[in-house]
Design a protein around this ligand. Structure first.
Ligand code: GAR
Length: 203
């Protein structure tokens, strides 16, 4: 099989961007192959993730409204979209335009502690209040629902006696960085594998 062009990845962010940084670092050291980040789009102009992107020489944009996000995504030529701490729900138009090409990292073991209201530190607080002995992280496809798309990868993380939400968040975040990269690689490989078939007229 001939060597393929790298797939274009657009990353959507809203905050600190440690998951974005994990993708940047793992692409630089070859742990993620056949993909390059072409644009980072933030829902907030004060997101530190934008500084991480600029430092890595990646084009950035700030867009809160979904029609502007869609325009930025189309302009970037993205093949795959990675939601890395993105705190908005994508419009049905975006889901339709990039069906099965959008992935999200979520800081719990979906289907537990996900959906509306479960994001960021709220997830970890609820896990502790729920008396859980384990939590974890999930990489999944994004569909029209909130955290309802097909699961790509999931890994457990222990909840320790006396954990604060912040301590649990930090432990889960390390696992997120690992499985987000692995999950993205799986999707890159899947999309790459589909390409020759498309060229042959599909099967
Ligand atoms: C991460 O824990 C991510 O899983 C979570 O926000 C954090 C962003 O951290 N995302 C959600 O809760 C989405 N529902 P980061 O900006 O350092 O990557």
């Amino acid at each position: 099989m001939n060597r393929k062009e790298k797939l274009k990845i657009a990353v959507l962010v809203s905050g600190g961007g440690t998951n974005l940084q994990a993708l940047i670092d793992k692409m630089a050291d070859g742990q993620i192959r056949d993909g390059e980040i072409v644009k980072v789009i933030s829902s907030r102009e004060d997101a530190f993730a934008l500084e991480r992107a600029a430092k890595a020489g990646i084009a950035t944009a700030v867009a809160a409204e979904q029609d502007k996000v869609l325009a930025e995504l189309q302009e970037s030529g993205a093949d795959i979209i990675a939601l890395a701490g993105y705190m908005k729900v994508l419009s049905p138009e975006i889901i339709r335009a990039f069906r099965n090409r959008i992935i999200n990292i979520h800081p719990s073991l979906i289907p537990k502690y996900c959906g509306k209201g479960y994001y960021g530190i709220h997830v970890h607080r609820a896990v502790i209040e729920g008396g859980e002995k384990e939590s974890g992280a999930t990489v999944h496809y994004v569909d029209e629902g909130v955290d309802t798309g097909e699961i790509i990868l999931q890994e457990k993380v222990p909840v320790l006696e006396g954990d604060t939400p912040e301590e649990l968040a930090a432990r889960v975040l390390k696992t997120e960085h690992k499985i987000f990269a692995k999950g993205l690689q799986k999707v890159i490989d899947r999309v790459q594998a589909e390409k020759p078939q498309e060229d042959e007229g599909g099967r």
